[in-house]
Design a protein around this ligand. Structure first.
Ligand code: GDP
Ligand code: MN
Length: 377
């Protein structure tokens, strides 16, 4: 689970990492009020889960209440790489002298945390990694040894910090590691870590990603995220016993079993299509589940065709077919539905589907080709 910058910064504060003063706002009026509480310039920042907000126009400086209101109004509601901005963070602007990059991430292959740093901060780190990989330091942290000075020193040396800034940066890096461990994070990142004109070291940006599997013991963070989490279709589906993951394509998949779901996505790709989602409805033919699954696909504007792929083992295909017909008779499904049902009682299922507008296919290949063909029209 990703945290918004303002949420991550509230955790930073608790751990003694300096961040600019600021508050989050849902409206331009509120943003203006917050701005009025600061002297000098403020920075107004879109709170959406995308990188490179600065370049995309989601981070803007403003001076005075009126300008802050205008700027916040322009950012709120803005589309940033496909996401609508619903909140802005209003902060007292800082006078930047230098920008650095630091983060802790989990390296799964090495089974270790890694400290990543660069003196080329502020810009997209993926870009830096491509163009000048030599400017990125990585030091791996043995979990039995903990974070030591030698992990940090190469960065401090390259950054050329003066004595006091050096001590401040060290403290920030150590506290960042503490956050990384204590919040079960996959990633904690400061980009940029700023040295201000008056030599203060401040986290100007904050990114955190918490391991989903640790949510049960990260109750404080879960409470922070709960409201947004509950709006996500992935989360709602999970509550109903379905596993759903939205993707970018236009062929909606409804499948029983995780393995068959993966195979269905693979075969769609093989025939030149793009799956709109992963969706495993589990082993039952329960019409309520089928109906809900169809509603999930209907809530995704990109879906142009549904591909229903069921393997009947204990599940009887004729049950599924009946469930499917009763479910869709209640919904106005705006796209064609290709159905592949095989296994127990598939002959009966085929009979049941005859005469309905559902497109029956005998094989998985046939169904995939059909769905891809329907999208291409
Ligand atoms: P990102 O583009 O999504 O990573 O958003 P950031 O929070 O990193 O902001 C992008 C850039 O805006 C930073 O690298 C800074 O150069 C600039 N910026 C952010 N906050 C301030 C500020 O308070 N003052 C000034 N002068 N620039 C800022
Ligand atoms: Mn940033």
């Amino acid at each position: 689970m990703k945290l918004h910058e303002y949420q991550a910064k509230s955790i930073f504060r608790k751990y003694g990492i300096p961040v600019p003063d600021g508050e989050v706002a849902l409206t331009a009026e509120r943003a203006a009020e917050i701005a009025a509480g600061f002297t000098g310039k403020v920075v107004i920042k879109a709170q959406v889960h995308v990188g490179g907000r600065g370049k995309a126009g989601g981070v803007k400086l403003a001076e005075g209440k009126a300008e802050a209101e205008k700027t916040a109004a322009a950012i709120l509601g803005m589309d940033l790489k496909g996401l609508t901005v619903e909140k802005v963070l209003v902060e007292k602007a800082i006078d930047i002298d230098k920008e650095y990059y630091i983060s802790f991430a989990m390296d799964r292959a090495k089974h270790m945390a890694v400290f990543i740093s660069s003196v080329m901060g502020g810009v997209d780190i993926e870009e830096v990694a491509k163009k000048s990989p030599e400017s990125i330091n990585k030091s791996y942290i043995d979990p039995f040894m903990d974070l030591k000075d030698f992990h940090i020193r190469p960065f401090l040396k390259q950054a050329g910090l003066e004595k006091e800034a050096c001590a401040d940066a060290t403290k920030i890096i150590r506290n960042l590691y503490k956050i990384f461990l204590e919040t079960d994070a996959n990633l904690v990142e400061i980009n940029p870590l700023v040295i201000t004109k008056d030599k203060k070291v401040i986290a100007a940006d904050a990114k955190m990603d918490i391991d989903d599997n640790a949510m049960y013991r990260q109750q404080e963070i879960y409470a922070m995220l709960k409201e947004e989490l509950e709006k996500q279709p992935e989360h709602q589906a999970k509550q109903k016993g379905l596993s759903y993951i939205k993707m970018e394509g236009n062929i909606g998949c409804i499948v029983n079993g995780a393995g068959l779901s993966m195979a269905t996505m693979d075969i769609i790709k093989l025939y030149g299509g793009e799956p709109a989602n992963f969706l495993d409805i589990g082993g039952s033919s329960n019409p309520e589940k089928v109906k809900y699954a169809m509603q999930l696909l209907m809530s995704d504007k990109n879906v142009k065709v549904a591909l229903f792929n069921i393997f009947g083992g204990i599940t009887r295909c004729d049950d599924v077919a009946r469930g499917l017909i009763s479910a869709i008779s209640e919904l106005k499904v705006p796209f064609p539905i290709v159905v592949r049902l095989t296994g127990t009682n598939s002959v009966e299922a085929k009979e049941i589907l005859k005469g309905s507008e559902l497109i029956f296919e005998e094989t998985m290949i046939g169904a995939a080709k059909k769905a891809v063909g329907l999208v291409a029209r």
